[in-house]
Write a protein that binds this ligand. Sequence first.
Ligand code: NAD
Length: 491
Amino acid sequence: MTKYAQNYGRLDLLIDGKWRTSNSTSVQKVFDPGTGKPIGEVPFATLEETNLAVETSQAAFEKWSRKPILERIKYLFKMRLVIEDHFDELATINTQNHGKTLEESRGELQRTIENVESAISTAYTLSKGETLDQIASGVDEYSVKEPMGVFAIVCPFNFPLMVPFWFIPYALVLGDAIVVKPSEIDPIPTSHLIKIIQDEVGLPGGVLNLLHGSKDTVEALISNKLVQGVTFVGSTPVAKRVYELAGKYGKRAIANGGAKNSIVVMADAQIDSVVSPIVSSFFGNAGQRCLAGANLISIGDDTHEKLISKFSKAASELKVGYGLDASSEMGPVISSRAKERVLAYVDKGIAEGAMLATDGRGPNIASHPEGFYLAPTIFDLVNEDMSIAKEEIFGPIASVLSFDSLDNAIESINKNTNFGNMACIFTSSGKDASKFRHEVNAGNIGINLGVAQPASPFPFGGRRESFYGVLHAQIDTVDFFTDKKIVISRW
Ligand code: NAD
């Protein structure tokens, strides 16, 4: 296995191409959730540091945006190569700070690379404008897409490598400059990835900046006059707040929020082939995915009987353990606070009358007794009014509900929660799959799979309170990071 540090010390900021020790007196410990021990410290950038990052980034933008796109693409080719060169090291550090298994970190890093590839392949085609000759006599009209300036990229804890790359390669190749703000809970993988890129790709100083912090840093970025827009991925209350602030300051915003995703299993589904994808949907990344299954809906009593026993058995057989141990199949949750929040939902589920079919409280991980571990937990006999069926828990908990028809299940999915990120159906009926696809009000629909994750050449976003904005992440950012100029010429 790749070597990794036991402690990363106090993290630096990257401003104007130089790594700087923050002057901040506000500093937070960063933990390895698998051991429960601190592995570094994150300073919350001061207002002066935040403004300096934006100002120097604006200066870098002036030159960067004038480079021919051919040259900017070459930086991205190099970026892709250096990420591959450091693949194992990045996956290891990601697991160490986030807790997910090594296999999950490798999958995440693969998605990161795919977004660099997608930005490269998009750069020529989607950044082109359009022409209409002779729109009037002797008059031609055409449009160009121009880069705009500095953008803020604000990220959540759950995919420290991938989520920043829903935006970074697109913004850079299109000629913008960026300030990235990772989660303060697990900032080490993002910092390490940005360090590798800055050291080995040789981007001009100031084009790619890294600030640490939380609310104050994000608000300082959005309110800075030079910042053109913000991309945000995180919980719904903060997404809403960021979107409001962006509106207040007249900025562009993409704001992805939380989720409560349902997976429907029809009576005609092949139950044996459903179990493995649903286990990985509910418990992959310890349930901390915006595309994780949260409510499992069976249609008909027979389906429920067949499904619940196999699902519970497979879930309870998952090996929970330290992410860096090759045999672990599920890692810890991100923090002791997250663990307490999940446990509070287990108490709520019991108090509300659901049946605890698989109890994942207090798994014994002898090698790491201080880690923030929970095992898969399944509540059966859940009804749609319970908080465990409505609210985002963001941990390894499944709520099992039953309906007598697909119509009733769809009605519940559309009305019972305010989220609309993903919904999946397992069925052998094309008609039911089609009905589900048409009638469910969610941004991502899965048919016979448990995680409907759009690949990088597709937009990534949800609906209702899972998303605020118009353009989504990944490929849609081509239009987000550029502004159209229309030229009408008479000769
Ligand atoms: P979070 O909202 O707590 O934090 C996200 C980011 O916002 C962090 O960088 C944080 O420092 C910053 N932040 C926190 N409070 C802020 C405030 N008041 N103002 C401005 N910025 C603030 O989210 P999290 O716990 O890191 O991530 C988990 C959440 O992210 C879950 O709800 C999950 O569903 C969601 N998520 C959504 C998607 C999606 O595509 N819809 C993808 C991944 C994660």
